[in-house]
Design a protein around this ligand. Structure first.
Ligand SMILES: *Cc1c(COP(=O)(O)O)cnc(C)c1O
Length: 259
């Protein structure tokens, strides 16, 4: 058994245990494998173990890997080859995206989970329109005061503007919300952050019924069990599956990375 296969078994057992504690069906929680900084071979191995959703945090980095992954991917039934599909797997961007890289990001990724401004939403919508795509997006919400954290402050004017605008951006398919909890804080603080995201999702779903806000993406290697207890429908796990990242990449992850 490979290290990745063993890690996956351990993560899967922890997911099941958290679901059991929370009285939730396992099927409600989607496992995203965060493959940033790891080679294409790791993505291919993970896809072979049945993982179907991957997270990358930089456009340029995944651009390089995508060609290698592509060499191994099966053609889809309709013959289209315009997205990062490995069999039935999808790759989403989870790091901060500069709007001048929107076009490239829409070409490369099957979804953008780090939508954090009105300007970026407009750029992504235009890019998806040009490519004839409907692009799944998550709104990234900033719930901790650290300056470095990406995301929209939930009660800001810009968040309200974005929520008003999204239903009219016909090439974007809003699916939900995402946050990164503060790292290295007491468990109660982490839990409060997850609860807060859950609360904002409920509030926005009621206020903006035209938006689909089913996805609650929260929880990473160190805190995904808590996130599941607080209602996460998608957890993003890197280190616990693929092992430690190089020091530079870890520093970038702390600031949500720069795409
Ligand atoms: C790196 C990263 C993760 C995964 O972090 P791990 O602690 O390695 O599981 C999850 N979400 C985002 C946005 C990341 O940048």
């Amino acid at each position: 058994m490979t290290a990745l296969a063993e890690n996956l078994e351990r993560v899967e057992a922890a997911i099941q245990e958290a679901c059991r504690r929370a009285g939730r069906p396992r099927a409600e929680v989607e496992l995203m494998a965060v493959s940033k900084t790891h080679p294409a071979a790791a993505i291919i191995e993970a896809a072979g173990l049945g993982l179907t959703l991957f997270g990358e945090n930089r456009v340029q980095e995944f651009g390089g890997k995508a060609a290698e992954v592509e060499a191994l991917r099966r053609p889809r039934a309709n013959g289209s080859a315009d997205s990062a599909v490995i069999g039935s797997a999808r790759v989403h961007l989870i790091g901060h995206l500069q709007s001048n890289k929107a076009q490239r990001a829409v070409e490369l990724f099957d979804g953008i989970d780090s939508l954090d401004s009105v300007r970026l939403a407009e750029r992504l919508n235009e890019a998806a329109g040009r490519l004839g795509k409907r692009l799944p997006v998550l709104i990234e919400v900033k719930l901790s005061p650290e300056e470095s954290k990406a995301g929209l402050v939930p009660d800001s004017a810009e968040a309200a503007e974005l929520l008003e605008l999204l239903p009219s951006l016909e090439h974007l398919d809003t699916r939900g919300v995402m946050t990164i909890a503060p790292l290295g804080v007491p468990e109660e603080e982490t839990r409060a952050c997850f609860r807060s995201l859950h609360k904002w999702r409920e509030r926005w779903a009621a206020a903006y019924p035209k938006l689909g806000l089913d996805v609650l993406s929260m929880g990473m290697s160190g805190d995904f069990s808590l996130a599941i207890e607080e209602g996460a429908t998608r957890i993003r796990v890197g280190t616990a599956l693929f092992g430690a990242r190089p020091a530079l990449a870890t520093a970038q992850a702390g600031s949500a990375g720069a795409a």
